[in-house]
Structure formats: C-alpha cells, structure tokens
Design a binder for this molecule. Structure first.
Ligand SMILES: Cc1ncc(COP(=O)(O)O)c(C=O)c1O
Length: 379
C-alpha cells in the first residue's frame, strides 16, 4: 500500500534513520552498486570479488558487475535462507572486498557470525535489507552498509527508490553520489496513478489480475544489467516518511495467523522456514511467509489451490542464481545444491494488510487439502 505523502507532515528523510547517515538512490540496485563501488575502492584488490548467496534477486549480480567486481556465489545452508558459513569461510581470499548478506523474506541473516568470519580482513559487510525494514531501535541494522529498497512489493513501497545507511562517517563519505533527479509534474502524476493502480492490484482477491497481465512483469525473474547509478527522485522521496512510519506501525497479525495455521494444519512435509530459523514464532516482520514444501506434487497442488483462490502464493525466485535467464554465462559450472533444492521447494504466502480473515481461512483449507492429497497419494 502506497500513501501519497504530504509535504507539510513529512519530516526530513535523513532524520528517519538517525543515527545512521542515509544516502538515497533511484533503486536498491543503485544503492547496492554504490556501496560496492565504495568497497572496491577501499580494498583495492587486483581482481575484486564479492561473495553473495546463491539464491536471491539477480539485481545483486547486476550491482556487483557494475562495481567492476566478480560475483562469487555461496551455497545456502540446508533448509535455511542463510549462506553456508563453512562455504563462506572457504571462499574468502585476498581478492574478497565485500560480503553481501540478504535478509531474505525479512528473515535476518546471521551477521554477527559473518562478521566473525571476516574479522581483521577489512572486508566490507553489506546488509541487503531490501526485504526487511526494522526500525533503528530494533538494533537489526548490522552491516557496514545497509541497503534498503522502496521498490514494488517491498515493506515500504513507493515503486521507486532505495537507500544506503552507513554505519560510520568514513563509510558514508566513500559512497558515490549522483545528482538529484528532478521529474516533471507530468511524470509525477503518472507515478501517482501507478501508485493508485498498485494499491488496487495488491488486494488479495485481485491477485489473478496482475498474474494475467504479463506486461506488469510480476513474478518474473530476469537479469538486467545496471547501466548507471540512478539518483532518487526528491519529489517522490517526500512520500517516504509517512510510508516508513506506516510500515513500522503495521500489525503482524497475518504472519502470526499463518504461523499458528502451519503449526496445526501443515504436516511434516512442510518446513515453516521462520520457525526453523529461530525455533519459534518470529519476532521480526516478514515480507512474505516462506515455507519449504518437500514433495513436488504436493507443492504443485498447493500452488494450484492457492492460485485458483487468488491467494497470491509465489515462489519468489524460481531458480538459484546460476539458473536465472541471462546469468548462465557468469556461473557456468557453479554448483549450489542447497540453493537449487531451496528453489525447487519454496512457496511464499502473502502477509500484507489486504489479506483478509477469509483469505487466511482459504489458505488453511489449501494446506489441509495438500496434506490430505499427500496421504491419499500414499506418501
Ligand atoms: C534482496 C534484494 N536486493 C535488491 C533488490 C533490488 O531492488 P530494487 O528493485 O529497488 O532495485 C531486490 C528486489 O527485489 C531484492 O529483493
């Protein structure tokens, strides 16, 4: 949901993230590229490398390549959205300039452990928090640089923009800046129209519509090279404070309802990912509720059931990064069995504020149905 901002009630965007110094860009991809450009300049390795999780958004690769570094993939830990720490330690070398951790679906990466692994090396730890948006008081911003996205489907969505929060003054100074981009009134009213359309289409009951309109590009995972670091549109950034405060106030009752539903309806062929990560109900806000469905037929049926009822289930990214269209040439021969298995089993459920009680009941129905189908199929 996007709330068109009002200049009169908007506090300065910079103040929102105090004590972190915030730099705004046209997208999280640009923001990530800016932090990587700074990391490459800081370590001056002859052939700089950046370590990334093998499952995730292809924009990570675009940002690394833009910064003139080589992306090196780290496989996931089994049944977790986290990078495998042994694999990470083994990949560290004199050319490593940065490690990018991702708070996938809003589940926090294990930054203290990554920090331990890179201690004393000068390697820059970048926290890609595009899918998570905790308030500063939560003490969950742990990277040297923290990247935020205000793009489509993010916790704070303006359909435009991203930011880098720098932990220290020196890190903030190292970021490349681009001049602010000023859009015309016409472009801005176009954005307002898109915002209205986006709000309308994010209703759970209308999910069939965006899925049926390919030009909206929803659910599509493609590699797009980054041509330049784009600046944020300052007029759209006026909308940021009210949307950020709304995000921080948002209720987590949908994710709590799904947590309860999984505990009593899912069965042992489904891994409740947030629960598996923290051993109980997640205290953090999820962007979407991720589960791993171990049986491919049950997963297919679950997708069918949820899709048929317009419940907005999605696989997020349908393959690990080496399988993403356009990325094959960068990762030929790279093996990441855990990320592949994760991609084959992942299903994510919507938790946004337009998901109604009735939608939750239907989700429960699909989970129960999938479990029954599995019994009938004799698994
Ligand atoms: C983890 C992550 N990082 C970066 C990005 C890129 O964000 P943007 O679309 O704002 O460039 C995304 C987009 O989905 C993402 O999920």
């Amino acid at each position: 949901m996007i709330i068109p901002g009002d200049r009169a009630v908007s506090r300065s965007c910079g103040e929102l993230f105090a004590p972190y110094a915030a730099h705004f860009y046209g997208s999280a991809t640009s923001a990530l590229a800016a932090s990587l450009v700074a990391a490459v300049a800081r370590l001056r390795a002859p052939t700089p490398e950046v370590l990334l999780p093998a499952y995730g958004c292809p924009a990570l690769v675009s940002a690394v390549l833009f910064a003139g570094a080589r992306p090196r993939l780290i496989d996931l830990e089994r049944d977790r959205p986290w990078m495998d720490l042994d694999g990470l330690r083994a990949a560290l070398g004199p050319d490593t300039v940065a490690v990018v951790g991702v708070d996938l679906f809003g589940i926090p990466e294990r930054y203290p452990k990554i920090r331990e692994a890179i201690a004393g090396t000068g390697i820059v730890l970048i926290q890609d928090s595009a899918q998570a948006f905790p308030p500063p008081a939560d003490a969950r911003w742990l990277g040297d640089y923290v990247v935020l996205s205000f793009g489509r489907g993010k916790p704070v969505s303006l359909l435009h923009g991203g930011a880098v929060l720098a932990r220290e003054e020196e890190l903030a100074r190292a970021l490349p800046l681009s001049p602010p981009q000023v859009t015309s009134g016409q472009v801005r009213s176009g954005l307002a129209l898109r915002a209205g359309l986006y709000n309308l289409l994010s209703s759970a009951w209308l999910y069939w519509l965006p899925a049926g309109l390919p030009f909206l590009g929803l659910g599509e995972t493609r590699y797009r090279p980054l041509a330049s670091i784009e600046a944020a549109d300052p007029r759209l950034m006026e909308w940021l404070p009210v949307n950020v405060h709304t995000c921080w106030r948002r209720s987590d009752d949908r994710q709590r309802a799904i947590y309860g539903m999984l505990a009593d309806s899912a069965g042992d062929h489904i891994v409740d990912l947030p629960k598996a990560c923290v051993g109980g109900a997640p205290a953090f806000r999820l962007l979407r509720y991720p589960i791993l469905v171990n049986d491919p037929i049950v997963r297919q049926r679950l997708f069918h059931c949820l899709g048929h009822r317009g419940l907005g289930a999605s696989a997020m990214y349908p393959s690990a990064l080496p399988g993403v269209s356009g990325l094959e040439r960068f990762f030929g021969g790279v093996s990441c069995p855990q990320a592949d298995s994760f991609a084959r089993r992942i299903v994510t459920l919507p938790v946004h504020s337009r998901v109604r009680k009735r939608d939750l009941q239907r989700m429960r129905g699909c989970l129960v149905q999938a479990r029954t189908d599995r019994r009938v199929a004799g698994h």
